[in-house]
Design a protein around this ligand. Structure first.
Ligand SMILES: NC(=O)c1ccc[n+]([C@@H]2O[C@H](COP(=O)([O-])OP(=O)(O)OC[C@H]3O[C@@H](n4cnc5c(N)ncnc54)[C@H](O)[C@@H]3O)[C@@H](O)[C@H]2O)c1
Length: 409
């Protein structure tokens, strides 16, 4: 077997983008997977994705509305990719693992730390791979920042900030993103940043945070930028307003295991915003953690700023993995970064299944990303600084307990 058989579970907005990611992989000599089925509790979403897949691959995958029937119909299915909303990640993923499948699940790994732990146990119990799809760190800019830090380009980092605070009161992509029990904007966007922070700066030791819900009613935006048919159709059907229950603005201080201090401001709501990332080291600074389609910027004290192409011109020992080098020969993500980073995730999953290997973001890593976001919300609830050990072990859990109780976790 040189290609795994895979089914996509959850055929909404990101599910559609996953199809384009698979197409990117299909068009390379590295292709190691075949999309054989689509599954969604809403038949119309699965059928729409099947039409999209047919136009991308030339054949229409089988459509299902439940996992068990799908596995019975396709006994040689190897894996599923779970791209549902986060409130059901744990139930869908555990069912798939118990059916003997390998799983990749979109970020955030799960709706709470408790739900992440249930998934980790299911992967362990079944001896199956559990991979968390976190695309930002796979971008060449993030890989380059990681290389520069590892090779001491800015000396020992001591201070950092990560600010991604956008104002406004419109619905952020989907109505569910404003509901606490489905994963609010802080969890949805925040895990991208906690993952990048951990990838570049190591584990978080302690967090002091605050969070609030500023926009209690969200309004349908007049138009959306995404051209995918799915997003446009959903926008047409969207309710005019959504009552929000999830916090939308957060501020925090992270003390990292390394001793570095990081200032965090993140959210989607309110009357103002700010953005920018920085890692200050003894010899210089990096003005970004790297991100999807992003660019690294380096400034060594007294030498002026260097763009990513200038850094690349004289960096030593920096190589992308072979498929990434195929996609991004200049080592800068220029075209189709969204799809190509997804393609890298699929390639890695299939490769790990075929070669009995491991993945970069397993359940433990995915759980740590989720825990770092909840550390802010648990700290805000407890009104004290919290240790990541207490959050990861669910010893401090008041905020998440409400979600677990609501969902029956
Ligand atoms: N990595 C990224 O850049 C990125 C971007 C967007 C979304 N995401 C993630 O992708 C996931 C999905 O987000 P989205 O925006 O596509 O949401 P969405 O609401 O557009 O799509 C979710 C789909 O899952 C289906 N679904 C729900 N419960 C199901 C179940 N039990 N079984 C099968 N299907 C089910 C829904 O019917 C819907 O079609 C989330 O975890 C989100 O955070 C990641």
């Amino acid at each position: 077997m040189d290609r795994i058989k895979l089914a996509l579970v959850g055929c909404g907005g990101m599910g559609t983008r996953h199809l384009y990611g698979m197409r990117e992989l299909h068009e390379t000599p590295f292709n190691n997977m075949e999309l054989v089925a689509l599954c969604d509790i809403r038949t119309e979403n699965a059928e729409m994705a099947a039409s999209e897949a047919e136009s991308l691959f030339g054949n229409r995958p089988a459509v299902f509305t439940d996992l068990e029937t799908m596995v019975r119909s396709i006994p040689d299915l190897d894996a599923v990719s779970v791209v549902t909303d986060p409130s059901v990640h744990h139930s869908v993923v555990c069912q798939a693992l118990d059916l003997g499948l390998h799983v990749m699940v979109e970020k955030p790994m799960a709706i709470t730390v408790g739900a992440c732990r249930i998934m980790m146990e299911a992967a362990e119990r079944n001896g199956r791979i559990l991979s968390v799809a976190e695309n930002y760190r796979r971008d060449p800019s993030a890989r380059l920042v990681n290389h520069l830090l590892a090779t001491g380009a800015i000396g020992t980092p001591y201070l950092s900030w990560c600010h991604a605070l956008g104002g406004g009161n419109t619905i952020f992509i989907t109505p569910w993103r404003h509901l606490k029990e489905k994963g609010g904007p802080l969890l949805d966007m925040g895990v991208h940043y906690t993952d990048l922070i951990r990838y570049q700066l190591g584990d978080v030791a302690e967090v002091y945070g605050d969070a609030r819900l500023v926009e209690k009613v969200r309004h349908k935006p007049e138009a959306i930028g995404d051209n995918y048919a799915f997003y446009q159709q959903r926008h047409q059907k969207m309710d005019d307003t959504v009552p929000a229950t999830a916090e939308d603005v957060s501020v925090a201080l992270f003390r990292m295991e390394s001793g570095l201090t990081l200032n965090w401001m993140m959210g989607r709501g309110g009357t103002g915003g700010t953005g920018g990332e920085m890692i200050l080291g003894e010899k210089g600074r990096l003005e970004s953690f790297g991100t999807r389609g992003g660019n690294a910027v380096l400034e060594i004290a007294g030498e002026g700023k260097k763009s990513q192409s200038e850094i690349l011109a004289d960096v030593d020992g920096f190589e992308l993995e072979p498929l990434a080098a195929h996609f991004f020969p200049d080592r800068i993500a220029k075209e189709n970064a969204d799809w190509r980073l997804i393609a890298l995730e699929y390639f890695e999953l299939a490769d790990a299944i075929l070669a009995n290997g491991t993945v970069e973001l397993d359940g433990l890593e995915g759980m740590k990303d989720v825990a770092a976001v909840y550390a802010i919300l648990e700290s805000a609830t407890a009104r004290t600084a919290v240790s990541l050990d207490d959050i990861e072990q669910a010893r401090i859990y008041a905020y998440q307990q409400e979600i677990d109780d609501f969902l029956g976790i």
